[in-house]
Write a protein of this length. Sequence first.
Length: 164
Amino acid sequence: MSSQQKTLILGIGNYLMGDEGIGVHVVNTMENENLPANVVVLDGGTGGFHLLDYFLQYDHVILIDATLDNYPVGTIRLIKPKFASDFPPAMSTHDIGLKDLVSALQLLDKMPDIVLFVVSIETIQLQGIELTPEIKETVPKIINQINTLVETPYWRLNHAMLYN
């Protein structure tokens, strides 16, 4: 990434629903990091379409979100979605919002470069702000991987360094 290009690190999830809020926990932790001036960290919560303006302002968007899938709990995967169908099939409570948001960006021909870190969770808890131990352990790993993305041009990435 050139220093003129702006990058948004966007945590997605419901902070009040345990592991489902992993994205929010990651960006809340990253707020204290010394990041380059062209990088902004944002708690996107369950914003869905309300996040459209943010996507339009940035060249690169790094999303962090939980997913219910068949991977072991705590698995971190990096996905580069180009279409709404590229998102995992079982995204959590804000699934439709993110997929619709990507479709809207495509229709507007304003699609930024998006990468998505998904963390496999076991279940969506109905209440609670604490992460389970398995998911809490992923926070520093994800932050390390995000910092690698911010420091390394996307086209030179070695995907092996992005997985736990």
